[in-house]
Write a protein that binds this ligand. Structure first.
Ligand code: NAD
Length: 352
């Protein structure tokens, strides 16, 4: 165990369980909110309308145009509604895209946020916001970005299709994996990461077999929550940085990129992180954590190659250049030849 460390707790209130959406009016009351704006993507308008109904007179408006990677133009439109309707708080119901919009509004207005997550991406537990402007994605941290209340309602995740559930789970696993070797890691985070991985790898196959299995969904959401906590309080390394670069350069889909890259990024770092590997092996019940992740991806029938999610082969050299231009902390030094080899393997989906 580390004998000295820093652990920064995040000031979020978490309500977890089945049917917990029903607590939304009471949570709004606790925060003293009277004029809430309900946020969603266009695909989740029906759910957003149910949330509006639940809020009754406290719902002062809806904005259903949340978009992946939080384009600043979309935020500007939402801010017009915030002003026109004298909004005093936001309710984000959806995945990371919707949560991102709520965070972008909060950053600019300091309005309180209540989030009802419907995926496993984990943005709700972090003070991190990624935004896009003119095709460039920038990321920042601020206490204003951290949502005040997160209502995890297992029932809201039952509709997440199996393939998206698997991809989103790999996104969650990636947070825990990188927290285990983060430069600002600590025993509390390692404990959450190990338990998060254990819960996810145990529950995901059950969810894929029976997407309506509420018990399995609860374990998966619990694991995703723990992984999200890890993301919120540590600095991510090679895996997250590469996913960010690949997403920005080639407009690759977020969760798919995480799913493809995770085993390869872990294999790259593995020789330098024996205690993280031991924890991962223990959590997954294996003596080969990289092999177990690859097997899980195969079992989930999700893409295994960057080639299959739209990355051009020529993009490998550009990604290496970009990674070397913006150096960051990572257990194994990020070196051009080894990084190109990692990307070649991920591009082709090589598994051995
Ligand atoms: P998403 O929010 O874009 O959701 C994907 C699609 O699935 C959307 O159309 C959505 O409406 C739909 N959907 C969501 N939940 C559903 C459900 N239960 N049933 C049916 N459909 C559902 O995807 P995501 O992977 O959750 O989030 C990705 C975004 O979040 C990216 O922009 C990423 O950068 C960001 N993110 C940010 C952080 C952070 O800490 N800042 C962490 C993770 C992800």
């Amino acid at each position: 165990m580390q004998d000295s460390f820093v652990y920064q707790m995040l000031p979020a209130r978490v309500v977890f369980g089945r049917g917990t959406s029903a607590t939304l009016p009471a949570e709004a009351e606790r925060l003293g909110l009277r004029r809430l704006l309900v946020l969603s993507t266009p695909e989740q308008v029906v759910l957003a309308e149910q949330v509006r109904q639940l809020l009754g007179e406290r719902a002062a408006g809806a904005f259903n145009d949340a978009t992946m990677h939080t384009p600043v133009e979309v935020t500007a439109h939402a801010l017009e509604v915030v002003k026109a309707e004298r909004i005093d708080g936001v309710v984000a119901v959806g995945g990371g895209s919707t949560t991102g919009l709520g965070k972008a509004i909060a950053l600019r207005t300091d309005l309180p946020q209540i989030v009802l997550p419907t995926t496993y991406a984990g943005s709700e537990m972090t003070p991190i916001l990624g935004e896009t402007q003119g095709g460039r994605k920038t990321t920042q941290r601020s206490p204003k970005i951290q949502p005040e209340v997160v209502i995890y309602d297992v029932d809201l995740t039952l509709s997440l299709p199996p393939a998206m559930s698997a991809l989103s789970s790999f996104n969650a696993l990636a947070h825990a994996v990188e927290a285990l070797y983060a430069p600002d890691g600590n025993p509390i985070v390692s404990m959450m990461a190990e338990e998060g991985v254990r819960a996810i790898v145990g529950a995901l196959p059950r969810v894929l077999k029976e997407p309506g299995d509420a018990q399995a969904r609860a374990s998966l959401l619990y694991g995703a929550w723990l992984c999200a906590c890890c993301l919120g309080v540590t600095t991510m390394g090679l895996h997250h940085k590469l996913c960010h670069t690949l997403g920005g350069l080639f407009d690759l889909p977020h969760a798919e990129t995480h799913a493809v890259m995770l085993p390869h990024a872990l294999a790259y770092n593995a020789p330098m992180i024996p205690s993280a590997m031991a924890r991962l092996c223990r959590a997954m019940g294996t003596d080969d954590a990289v092999g177990a992740l690859l097997q899980l991806a195969r079992d989930c029938d999700i893409p295994l190659a960057l080639l299959d999610i739209g990355m051009p082969y020529e993009g490998i050299a550009r990604t290496v250049d970009e990674a070397l231009r913006n150096p960051y902390e990572n257990p194994r030094p990020v070196e051009a030849g080894a990084l190109a080899a990692l990307l070649e393997r991920a591009w082709a989906g090589m598994c051995d």
